[in-house]
Design a protein around this ligand. Structure first.
Ligand code: ADP
Ligand code: ADP
Ligand code: ZN
Length: 214
């Protein structure tokens, strides 16, 4: 099963992707997580990507496409995978389709998690990320057991630099301009599924499981 998560920054793609990955036993491939790991490890890619990420801009397609295509050809992806944060532009979607077609494969579902802009800023300002393992929390909707401490690894929880309101505003603009056109793209391919992302996370998950089946 090959799944793409679509939706605005903060719509809950990562939250849902983690739950789907666990239930269906397929890897969760998050380009945001991969880029942040590169920044943390001081790689050349990380240094290049950071200048764009800090401004709320997308990293150029050529820095990201090969990385993802390599990743899903590895052994743990044989049963399928879930892509979170990729593709984010039409050229990325086309590159993905081409790479899959070359090995006789295709994406099964593009799930769009719908959340209006008004809700996004509130979501992002409350999002906290673990510096240790990347787990995501929300100070109101998904609070850690102990304040500022990761339930999973005990790491410190921080507000991501790009989750500050000014940057979120910018990212939303970039989303509408460059990523939202993918909704039409996948609708035309008849694999688009839409879920209401404003309800409780477990209800969003139930709607997704309904689409994917047992
Ligand atoms: P969110 O979960 O809030 O949508 P991500 O963690 O997916 O954000 O991405 C953070 C940043 O990493 C993006 O704002 C962008 O700069 C960069 N990024 C992640 N994935 C991609 C991609 N597929 N193409 C270009 N840039 C990306
Ligand atoms: P994305 O990967 O789309 O950027 P996340 O999964 O990181 O989004 O979610 C953004 C923030 O909103 C996080 O703090 C997360 O805990 C919270 N969140 C996710 N889904 C919901 C939901 N259905 N209701 C309320 N808050 C949510
Ligand atoms: Zn952690």
């Amino acid at each position: 099963m090959k799944i793409i998560m679509l939706g605005a920054p903060g719509a809950g793609k990562g939250t849902q992707a983690k739950m789907i990955a666990e239930k269906y036993g397929i890897p969760h491939i998050s380009t945001g997580d991969i880029l942040r790991a590169n920044i943390k490890n001081g790689t050349e890619l990380g240094a290049k990507a950071k200048t764009y990420m800090d401004q709320g801009l997308l990293v150029p397609d050529d820095l990201i496409v090969d990385l993802v295509i390599d990743r899903f050809q590895s052994d743990d992806c044989k049963k399928g995978y879930i892509l979170d944060g990729f593709p984010r532009t039409i050229p990325q979607a086309e590159a993905l389709d081409q790479a899959l077609a070359a090995i006789g494969e295709n994406v099964d579902y593009a799930i769009n998690v719908e959340v209006p802009d008004e809700n996004i800023i509130r979501r992002m300002s409350g999002r906290r990320a673990c510096v240790g393992c990347g787990a995501t929390y929300h100070i109101v909707y998904n609070a850690p057991k102990e304040e500022n401490k990761c339930d999973v690894c005990g790491g410190e929880l921080i507000l991501r630099d790009d989750d500050k309101p000014e940057t979120v505003q910018k990212r939303l603009g970039v989303y509408h301009e460059q990523t939202q056109p993918l909704i039409n793209y996948y609708d035309n391919k008849k694999i688009l599924k839409e879920v209401d992302g404003t309800v409780d996370m477990k209800d969003v998950f139930a709607a997704i499981c309904n689409i994917l089946g047992e």
